[in-house]
Design a protein around this ligand. Structure first.
Ligand SMILES: CC(C)(COP(=O)(O)OP(=O)(O)OC[C@H]1O[C@@H](n2cnc3c(N)ncnc32)[C@H](O)[C@@H]1OP(=O)(O)O)[C@@H](O)C(=O)NCCC(=O)NCCS
Length: 377
């Protein structure tokens, strides 16, 4: 029993390590990547630049960016056995379970799988970031019974993903909306899935194993699945007139409203205003303001009634819905962004590693005597 040690439930407020990647000011609602406020980056950069920033600590210059984009865009193809496996996956299975399985398979076929050098991890990291959109697009198309599309190397990361979903060249508003979503969710310091990735890496396991573990952690309703659950809430509400009654009833039943609350933010999530802005832009383009209108009402009621603040998943929900993504695939989209942060953290963990191994506060019985099996009740 760890009697003299402090136990903090859910590791709340525990600082579990140094990091130079990301800073959150939960009181002021501020998010910083490598020294840059998220508001400084979201509409000025591309996701490819953010991946570079998170991994290498500075924004790339023109030459570095063009080499970087080439490396990423030429690493998009999936190995044939992975494509075959996706076709055989059950069509009704949870998309995050399918993503987790596909990424595990990628590890099995990766030529650098067991090589833990920095060079090999960068090669694997580039492949993983670039293969994620292809996996998700193929999973969606397989469910819809549509043939897979070959990735386009001439398109940006975001544009290629939208192309791989529909076979059409996407419009600029949709590209920008997806791009800002991917940038805003790319990292969030020691959140549950990132910490899971770091814990796995800290045993000196391989990069793919760390990412598979992180996907498992992101899958839960209290973490990444909240974007899907928030959209399901908006769909269930169905019209703005019903929003107030619906939320009041849920709160009276002591149910959690998905897309609200956060362990670190004690005010509105730093990412929410930008996601809101892009969701409104998409609603204007689609000439359908129903989902942002319901969202605004839900936000107002939940704040008025229980002082709740929205988190990242709240406006992500209408944004992804307007982009035409199936609701069941919202959490894989979160993973498609966060993969860059997970890898940045795994690289940082490997660079200065120490096994992550906390203690438990044992509360079970002690000093029991062994009972032979025939004498047990
Ligand atoms: C994110 C979350 C897991 C943080 O959890 P936490 O730090 O352990 O905080 P708790 O769950 O203990 O919540 C603290 C209090 O706020 C309330 N609360 C927190 N989030 C709430 C929500 N979404 N709806 C209603 N009440 C909420 C809790 O009921 C609790 O109230 P109480 O003290 O009266 O019991 C939690 O806010 C949550 O479950 N949110 C919904 C899921 C979600 O959107 N997750 C995505 C996070 S980015």
């Amino acid at each position: 029993m760890a009697e003299e040690k402090v136990m903090l439930r859910g590791l709340e407020d525990v600082i579990a390590g140094d990091s130079q990647i990301c800073y959150i000011d939960g009181k002021r609602g501020r998010l910083v990547y490598r020294g840059y406020d998220i508001g400084e980056l979201v509409f000025k950069t591309h996701y490819e630049e953010i991946v570079y920033l998170l991994w290498f600590g500075s924004l790339p210059n023109r030459v570095q960016l063009s080499e970087w984009e080439k490396k990423l865009s030429t690493a998009r193809d999936l190995p044939a056995p992975v494509l075959d496996a996706i076709l055989r996956f059950p069509k009704e299975g949870p998309p995050m379970a399918a993503l987790r399985s596909a990424v595990s398979l990628l590890g099995l076929y990766d030529p650098d799988a067991e090589n833990n050098s920095l060079e090999a991890n960068l090669r694997k990291g580039i492949r993983l970031v670039s293969q994620f959109p292809a996996i998700i697009a193929c999973l969606i198309r397989a469910r819809e019974g549509k043939p897979f599309l070959t990735p386009r190397k001439d398109l940006s990361h975001s544009a290629n993903f939208l192309y791989m979903l529909s076979g059409q060249l996407p419009d600029e508003t949709s590209i920008k909306a997806l791009e800002s979503y991917l940038i805003l969710l790319a990292d969030h310091e020691f959140n549950a899935s990132t910490f899971t990735a770091r814990t796995t890496a800290a045993t000196l396991s391989d990069l793919h194993s760390a990412i598979v573990a992180a996907i498992g952690a992101l899958k839960g309703d209290l973490h990444g699945s909240a974007n899907q659950r928030a959209m399901e809430t908006f769909l269930e509400i169905g019209s703005v007139e019903k929003a107030e009654g619906y939320i009041k009833e849920k709160l009276a039943q002591k149910k959690k409203i998905m897309g609200f609350g956060h362990r670190v933010y004690k005010t509105e999530d730093a990412r929410a205003p930008y996601l809101r802005q892009m969701a409104i832009k998409m609603s204007e383009m689609k000439r359908e303001d129903k989902w942002v209108t319901i969202a605004e009402k839900v936000k107002e009621v939940a704040h008025r009634e229980k002082g709740l603040y929205v988190n990242v998943d709240f406006y992500s929900a209408p944004l992804l819905y307007y982009l035409g993504l199936p609701v069941a695939f919202f959490t894989p989209l979160f993973a498609m962004s966060r993969i860059s942060g997970w890898i940045a953290h795994v690289l940082e963990q490997y660079a200065n590693n120490r096994l992550i191994r906390p203690l438990s506060n044992y509360t079970g019985p002690m000093d029991l005597a062994y009972i032979p099996i025939d004498q047990r009740k």
